[in-house]
Write a protein that binds this ligand. Sequence first.
Ligand SMILES: [Zn+2]
Length: 158
Amino acid sequence: MIAGHFAIADITKLTCFQSENLWYLNLAAIGPDIFDKIVSALFGAPSRGVFHSLPVFVSIIALALLLRPWVGLEASTISAGLFLWGSHLFSDFLEPRVLFWPFLGPLGTSPKFNIMDKLRSFYIVRVFPGQFWLDVFFVVSMWVIVISKFVISRSSNY
Ligand SMILES: [Zn+2]
């Protein structure tokens, strides 16, 4: 999923975490990709790597809870970030080997991350049809919510 991660962040902003910063929500929604795609582009590591792993996510949750008193973030901000990071792992349809890394062996190899190849294989060739349609579902859902809120706000002005 590509645009769908951003759509989930926008849906979250429009519904349950309205007071959180939209940039923060979008960054959290693509958090695993930010780390893994950069490492993949630079060093040829798998593009769905260590930061797409559930044990690493649990470590991030523990770290967030540990550092929260020192960093001074609201519990809702931490919850929003963790929710979106978790939604990323769920919506990526990860292989068990990636999701449970390092418990099921090494990640394996994959070609270096290239954004144009990724966009082409995802939206034109549709190598991952399930993910493509999940992407479409979240983007359409986001627009339905945006348009609904717009219509409701206009009708309440009369
Ligand atoms: Zn990802």
